[in-house]
Design a protein around this ligand. Structure first.
Ligand code: ASP
Length: 325
């Protein structure tokens, strides 16, 4: 069944599949058709987001952003996305809330649930915490990053950015480099890109490669120059020091020497390779500022695509009027 056309003149054009999930907890729950549908929905949201228009899709609905881990860009992106769809958005600052006074995750969920929100966007430092919370509330839950597990909207915005430049995802060689072991961005991207038939490579020192990585990526490299050869996309990751990654490398200087993306190493990738980073960037640790700001970088565009993707996800989860959902 194709989704009804939104009536609003500024609304995205085109028919989309009804979104059959109650929550978005990870890319792993989506099949390839659903992934493409969400990317298409996001593509259709770009003009709305660019013109800073507001659609009425979520008018009268309430979205709570519940961030247990620090975030500037992701929280702001979800807030702007909700507001551009007409939702009332409330940011819950966890360190000033009763969580700081020892309230458990489940108690917090029950309290928020009693306020009857339509969506809760959650970031948490522990893998699985967002899923646990989703089982305790009566509304849609969006995972904005849980521990080293998943960050589904990041993978979707990365895929949208790549597709807009390369026209496709299948058959591309995509190198993900850095702290693979502790990165939810790497995990969600590997699942998504694998489902889209891209060739995925991970590049990292042995100490930053998770067990079973051979099952997650098409190829595994510990030498960065080798791993970058022929890559269409180079995705850099931040060292997750909050997850003690710093202890797994001899020194930041040495890490930068072997795994920092500078112009010399980037020259091993294809000449038109895209340079990506989910942010926040540590310039001079995993990436040379000249490369981060250079002509191959699409890092700022990733931020822009983030708003479109989050609009698409919130819309897919909440705008179910007229559907069986
Ligand atoms: N912003 C991304 C995340 O939340 C990447 C990072 O923090 O390094 O996982």
């Amino acid at each position: 069944m194709a989704r009804r056309q939104p009536e609003h003149p500024d609304g995205p054009k085109g028919a989309f599949l009804p979104f059959r999930h109650r929550h978005l907890l990870g890319i792993a729950q989506l099949n390839p058709v659903e992934i493409i549908d969400l990317i298409d929905r996001a593509e259709a949201m770009i003009p709305i987001s660019r013109q800073q228009k507001t659609l009425p899709n979520l008018a009268g609905k309430t979205q709570i952003n519940l961030f247990f881990e620090n975030s500037t860009r992701t929280q702001a992106s979800f807030e702007i996305a909700g507001k551009r769809l007409g939702a009332t958005v409330m940011n819950m600052a966890v360190n000033t809330s009763s969580v700081a006074k020892g309230e458990t995750l489940v108690d917090t969920a029950a309290t928020l649930n009693a306020m009857q929100p339509d969506a809760i966007v959650v970031r948490h430092g522990s893998s699985g915490a967002v899923e646990l919370l989703s089982q305790k509330v009566g509304c849609a839950v969006v995972n904005a990053g849980d521990g080293a597990h998943e960050h589904p909207t990041q993978a979707l915005l990365d895929a949208l950015t790549i597709r807009r430049h390369k026209g496709r995802l299948n058959g591309l060689t995509i190198a993900i480099c850095g702290d693979i072991a502790n990165s939810r961005v790497a995990r969600s991207n590997l699942i998504l890109l694998g489902a889209m038939q891209a060739r995925t490579r991970v590049i990292a020192p042995k100490s930053l490669l998770p067990r079973g990585v051979e099952q997650m990526a098409s190829e595994v490299f510990t030498d960065m120059r080798e791993g970058l050869r022929g890559a269409d996309v180079v995705m850099m990751l931040r060292l997750q020091n909050e997850r003690a990654s710093g202890k797994l490398i001899p020194s930041v200087r040495e890490y930068y020497r072997f795994y920092g993306l500078d112009a010399e190493k980037l020259a091993h990738a294809n000449a038109d390779a895209l340079v990506m980073h989910p942010g926040p960037m540590n310039r001079g640790v995993e990436i040379d500022p000249a490369v981060a700001d250079g002509p191959q970088s699409v890092i700022t565009e990733q931020v822009e695509m983030g708003v479109a993707v989050r609009m698409a996800v919130l819309d897919a989860l909440l705008d179910k009027e007229g559907e069986d959902a």
